[in-house]
Design a protein around this ligand. Structure first.
Ligand code: V07
Length: 255
């Protein structure tokens, strides 16, 4: 069998040595909980928003690397339905980040043929945020490369509740009967209807929980957790996560 290997030295790796990833078993959908921005700022004596700003810069690196490796879908948890509980000044700042990100990165996304899509409820967002994200989705609609899926004002329980409501409406209107509810009916009513489930879920900043993120979709995903704070995350960490993923899927394959 022909296996192309990419090798390089890594001094940061917990395993110390070369990180090898093979081009064949690259996870097709990677989802990331980008945690630790506030903590990063606090450790540096900076306001939390400085952490968010720094965290935004990381996305460019991760998108480029994921694209280079042939990842098909990259889902990023940008804002949860619970994040509204944060101080208003912080929420206001966060709501400016989609515009800031897109003003800077949309040319790169177009050049890389990246398709931006959203998951979450955009209705409740400030008008300026809504305008920026719907424009990005529209501008990149015809792109056929990496799907960059932003979870924005997203919560998995809300998503599941909405799916149940949609299904209930179909039953009420007579277009579906209760006996015909299958896993695929549920899947088709989720905000990820057109996407495959994540193969790999990454969470930064040392927290080992899902925090209401893609509860249905990660049923069979591999999880990779790291203590690295999101603003310190880079393409080498992404490669490390993929290398661990590949070791795990190869092990299953061997049995
Ligand atoms: C946000 C920066 C990354 C670290 C995590 C929290 C802060 C990019 C976006 C974004 C969202 C939608 C979109 C384009 C870009 C974003 C929020 C926060 C609310 F279409 N980063 N980022 N949105 N952070």
């Amino acid at each position: 069998m022909l296996e192309k290997l990419t090798k390089w030295k890594s001094s940061f790796s917990s395993q110390e040595g070369t990180n090898e990833i093979d081009d064949i078993n690259v996870p097709r959908h990677i989802a990331i909980i980008m945690d630790g921005n506030g903590r990063w700022a606090k450790q540096k004596g900076l306001p939390r928003i400085a952490g968010h700003r720094e965290g935004m810069k990381v996305i460019n690196k991760v998108v480029r690397k994921a694209d280079d490796l042939g990842v098909e879908i990259l889902t990023l948890y940008a804002f949860s339905t619970e994040n509204w509980k944060r101080p208003k000044t912080e929420v206001d700042f966060l709501m400016k980040l989609p515009e800031r990100f897109l003003n800077k990165e949309l040319p790169m996304l177009m050049e890389k043929n990246v398709k931006v899509r959203l998951m979450g409820t955009i209705e409740n967002l400030p008008e300026h945020t809504k305008r920026a994200v719907t424009k990005a989705v529209k501008d990149t609609e015809q792109n056929t490369g990496l799907i960059l899926n932003f979870a924005l004002n997203y919560g998995s329980r809300f998503e599941l509740m909405e799916a149940v409501k949609k299904i209930a409406n179909q039953i009420e209107s007579g277009s579906l009967s209760a006996e015909d509810i299958t896993e695929s009916v549920l899947k088709e009513n989720l905000m990820t209807a057109e996407l495959r489930d994540p193969d790999l879920l990454i969470r930064t900043s040392g927290e080992i929980r899902l925090s209401n993120f893609m509860l249905w979709q990660v049923a069979y995903s591999e999880f990779w957790f790291t203590d690295v704070l999101w603003p310190d995350f880079d393409e080498h960490h992404l490669v490390e996560a993929i290398a661990v993923y590949q070791k795990r899927v190869r092990r299953y394959g061997g049995v």
